[in-house]
Design a protein around this ligand. Structure first.
Ligand SMILES: *Cc1c(COP(=O)(O)O)cnc(C)c1O
Length: 374
């Protein structure tokens, strides 16, 4: 069994994918080809945001956002403790200090009480200036933006939505990638909308920030790339990846609907026996992952081994809280304790999940889990 079956996806849509890729090969406009602009227009329309800037990957997208806001030395950036390394990695990269915040044990997303405590700590006990909250839509579910907005407005902070795992998700009619002052996503192959390599994008309604982002992702260009008005990055999305994404957008909604079905099947079988994903009302997850929580590390170990014995892959996202990553030693402010994150890292388990999963496969996974935990 595949954890995320990209091969079946390709085979189902082979002709469409091949012809989109072929167009680029014949056109030989491999960097900044017309497909890149087409994709940016298509994505900004899909998301409902004025500007989309495609870039090289989701990590650069986050860094570009911080650079556009001129976040740097002396600034504090608040990041959930339970997320992929990138969400925090970009903070010291621009010279600022990450402050990790605990998450909600049911939604896995940033906890607004813990966030407010962390901001108060930074204000009263450090010389840092609180500037940005990074809200991550973990495993595909949008964070609680109504609560987070109240806090960012109260303290005059900028809101950066890390939607690397949630492209296609929604709160009511509002799509992810439209929920931050700037929002970013990733097109890493295993993400909800994945290309055939690395890719990412930045979204904003703000004209001036968009101009800066367009400059920053091409060597800080002015009029053209030989006129350089700021220090930037080389972070373009290449044309082949844009063509792959344009083709995939044609069946993306179908895949989202199929993911919803797979998630419902899993939940129906596992509910009550283990902690199943808790999706808040009026929300649509993009289902980057289907993550359950076991009682403790010992039980999780038994479940992993039992699945493995049947050739079923599973994965632990994430093994380590951000505040315990060696890379942040001496570079972070430890403002609040992140006990929920510590506990989730010990108990969570991601199951095989993709839109092409058959009912029998879901049944096989659930049977193994229910058999092990009795
Ligand atoms: C994947 C991911 C990223 C980084 O995306 P890349 O395209 O791999 O650089 C950032 N944040 C989160 C939450 C992610 O899951």
């Amino acid at each position: 069994m595949e954890f995320r079956d990209l091969k079946t996806q390709y085979l189902r849509h082979k002709e469409h994918m091949d012809s989109s890729i072929q167009d680029v090969l014949f056109g030989t406009h491999f960097i900044s080809g017309p497909q890149v602009t087409q994709l940016e227009e298509r994505l900004s329309e899909f998301v409902g945001v004025k500007h989309c800037i495609a870039c090289a990957n989701g990590t650069d997208a986050l860094q570009l956002a911080l650079m556009a806001w001129e976040i740097g030395v002396g600034d504090a950036v608040f990041v959930p403790d339970f997320t992929f390394f990138s969400s925090g990695e970009v903070v010291p990269l621009v010279g600022a200090v990450p402050v990790f915040v605990d998450v909600d044990p049911l939604t896995f997303n940033i906890n607004s009480e813990s966030l407010e405590n962390a901001i108060a700590y930074v204000l009263h006990h450090t010389k840092l200036k609180p500037r940005v909250v990074v809200a991550v839509d973990l495993f595909g579910q949008p964070a609680e933006y109504d609560k987070i907005r109240m806090i960012t407005e109260r303290y005059g902070l900028l809101l950066l939505e890390d939607a690397a795992q949630s492209f296609g998700g929604r709160i009511g009619e509002r799509k992810t990638c439209s929920l931050g002052d700037i929002s970013t996503t990733s097109f890493f192959p295993a993400k909800p909308l994945g290309c055939y390599g690395d890719g990412g994008a930045v979204f904003t309604d703000h004209d001036e920030w968009a101009d800066r982002l367009r400059s920053l992702h091409v060597h800080g260009k002015g009029g053209d790339k030989y006129d350089n008005i700021r220090i930037g990055l080389n972070s373009r999305l290449d044309t082949l990846q844009a063509a792959v994404l344009l083709a995939k957008m044609d069946f993306f909604e179908e895949e989202l609907a199929a993911c919803e079905q797979v998630a419902e099947r899993y939940t129906r079988r596992l509910e009550g026996a283990v902690q199943t994903p808790h999706i808040l009302e009026n929300r649509q997850s993009a289902w980057a992952q289907y993550v359950i929580c076991l009682k403790d590390t010992e039980e999780r170990g038994r479940v992993i081994a039992n699945l493995q014995a049947a050739g079923i892959p599973s994965a632990v996202y994430y093994k380590k809280p951000m505040h315990r990553q060696v890379a942040f030693a001496g570079k972070q402010v430890e403002a609040v304790s992140c006990l929920e994150t510590v506990s989730l890292c010990e108990r969570c388990l991601a199951l095989p999940f993709h839109p092409y999963m058959e009912e029998e496969q879901i049944e096989a996974v659930c049977g193994r889990i229910l058999g092990e935990i009795g």
